[in-house]
Ligand binder design. Structure first.
Ligand code: 9MR
Length: 561
């Protein structure tokens, strides 16, 4: 028999819950049967392969091994005569617990303005980078010459991605997604221990990690008028070097409507969550709400300030060439901020200021599209809203379930049996975050309806991310048998350690090749390469890790449902 582990037989390389669905996908299968084997090749289960109902995005059918009925805990491989073996996997309770914790610990490794001690960072310990205690106000930030040359202190925060800059728009959705993970699953999240410097305090570790970024975000508001700077950045990207080598001047640039509303939303949500820790974090919740409201007021007065980097560079110096995150449509940011402010204050004025249902679409969240974050918040807090409840609430609930039904319809017909592999349109820059955010949407629908089918397909997208996919990679560094070794991530490239920083989700298949690095296949779900120059397929980013962290931790929390 051919052995070639993981080549033709694709599955979640971590494993499966005893009571959960368990599927493997076989490429080019010539057999009708499959076996589950122990490490000493004892056959403990067998079943019939079924051909996928539809061909994959590459035009070819797969064969499906469904061994959901086999629920005995242990270490196994899936074996198909003539095709070979899967990578080893486990069946056990809490099978994703380690990767789930790692997905949040990854943020510790992304911290700016602090050295990472060996006690917490192990072999990835490193010196402090980017103290950001003296950051220039870029002339664009004031709109006049007054601020040019002035500096502010804006330390902490997480680096955005493979680069060392800090962007409010992208921080917003990332921070909120982690806050929601805690808000939705507080009991489980209190058990997640991260071994970070704050682990000894009484605040759950996930919230301690969020605070590292939240405290930075709070410094990004102009105390004069409430507007929020779009980003804190170098003029140009740092070289592929360790953080402490990056000593170029840093700037906060232009205030904008998207950054200001995202800030308002996160701070309003944070105030709700941190108000439960008055002893440990005195005054924090109040400050968050105060600053959220100030930001909201600024946005009401400045409802259409686009961050247009090219236009900005025509007027102001120095030129800024780092990431743009330049959104042009703010209706979703208004909905999100209004929803969070409304739920935290119960004051109807916020929702009255926005059109909650601007059109019938239900777009999966991304850095530029945050409408559903507002809907999720309204729906999951609906029992608290009482008489102030918006009249649109029943419609929002219907739409969430319709979205979930729409996502799962036909998913089990695809070659990889997932929502993610239904459409080539899911495969843009950061496609793995699309898979994760689809999973988050399905979990919201499950929480609302308690209908198990949504949970099954959320888990299937997790299986996709962890190996049941067109490239055969588990897309999380350090977790799985075939994982990215060369992410586009400066510390992972420059630290001289073979293993990349663990727990990071790479962007994933993207036939766009905006980085000009040739991927092995332009079939959407195969367009992935583990190359550190390939920033369009193999970068890592805080807004991609966050929905993954949500999905995998939520699945742990819900594993017995
Ligand atoms: O994630 C962003 C993606 O949606 C955009 O298409 C792309 C090009 O503008 O930028 C991505 O964001 C990058 C950011 O601009 C700078 N830091 C790294 C981010 C991930 O690649």
């Amino acid at each position: 028999p051919v052995v070639n582990e993981g080549v033709n037989v694709r599955l979640n390389q971590i494993g499966f819950y005893p009571g959960g669905l368990k599927k493997g996908v076989i490429l080019n299968s010539k057999s009708n049967v499959f076996y589950i084997q122990t490490p000493d090749k004892k056959k403990v289960y067998n079943g019939k392969l079924k051909k996928s109902m539809k061909p994959g995005l590459n035009g070819r059918f797969t064969a499906i091994a469904d061994f959901s009925a086999f629920n005995h805990p242990g270490n196994y491989q899936l074996y198909v005569p003539g095709s070979g073996y899967s990578y080893p996997f486990q069946i056990k309770r809490s099978v994703h617990r380690n990767v789930a914790a790692a997905s949040i610990k990854a943020y510790y490794f992304m911290r700016a303005s602090v050295s990472l001690k060996e006690k917490y960072a192990g072999k990835w310990s490193r010196a402090e980078g980017h103290p950001d205690t003296s950051v220039f106000i870029h002339p664009s930030a004031a709109g006049d010459k007054r601020a040019a040359g002035m500096s502010i202190s804006s330390p902490r925060g997480w680096y955005d991605a493979g680069d060392y800059n800090k962007y409010i728009v992208n921080s917003g959705i990332s921070t909120s997604t982690l806050l929601s993970l805690y808000e939705d699953f507080p009991a489980y999240m209190k058990t997640v221990k991260l071994n970070i410097p704050e682990s000894g305090n009484k605040v759950p570790d996930v919230l301690d990690e969020v605070l590292w970024n939240l405290r930075w975000m709070l410094t990004m508001q102009d105390p004069g008028d409430g507007g929020v700077y779009h980003k804190l950045t170098n003029a140009a990207f740092d070289k592929m070097e360790m953080p402490e080598k990056g000593t170029e001047p840093r700037y906060v640039v232009q205030k904008g409507t998207a950054a200001t509303l995202d800030f308002a939303a996160v701070m309003a949500q944070a105030s709700r969550i941190f108000s439960k820790f008055p002893g440990e974090l005195p005054g924090l919740a109040d400050s968050c709400l105060l600053q959220a409201n100030k930001a909201w007021q600024w946005a009401i007065k400045n409802p259409d300030v686009v961050y247009d980097q090219d236009a900005m560079n025509k007027v102001f110096e120095p030129q800024i060439t780092t990431g743009g995150y330049g959104d042009r449509n703010f209706s979703d940011e208004f909905i999100w901020a209004a929803s969070e402010l409304f739920v935290s204050t119960q004051k109807p004025e916020y929702l009255k200021a926005v059109n909650l249902l601007p059109d019938t679409t239900m777009p999966i969240p991304a850095w530029s599209q945050v409408r559903l974050l507002g809907y999720y918040t309204l729906i999951k807090n609906s029992n608290l809203l009482g008489a102030n409840s918006p009249k649109e609430l029943p419609e929002l609930k219907n739409r969430l379930l319709a979205l979930a039904d729409n996502l799962i319809s036909g998913a089990a017909e695809t070659a990889y049996q997932t929502v993610m592999t239904k459409s080539a349109r899911h495969f843009g820059w950061g496609s793995n975050s699309e898979a994760a955010n689809e999973g988050v949407a399905l979990i919201q629908a499950y929480q609302l309806s308690k209908n198990r089918k949504y949970l099954d397909f959320a888990l299937a997208n997790l299986d996709y991310i962890l190996g049941r996919n067109g490239s055969g990679y588990s897309y999380v560094t350090g977790y799985g048998s075939k994982t990215p070794m060369h992410p586009h991530h400066r510390p992972s490239v420059a630290d001289g350690i073979v293993d990349p920083i663990p727990g990071l989700l790479v962007g994933g298949p993207n036939p766009g090749m905006q980085d000009k690095i040739k991927v092995p296949s332009v079939v959407p779900d195969e367009a992935y390469i583990d190359d550190d120059r390939a920033y369009a397929a193999n970068e890592i980013a805080i807004n991609w890790n966050a929905p993954f962290a949500y999905l995998v931790n939520a699945m742990e929390a819900l594993q017995d449902k």
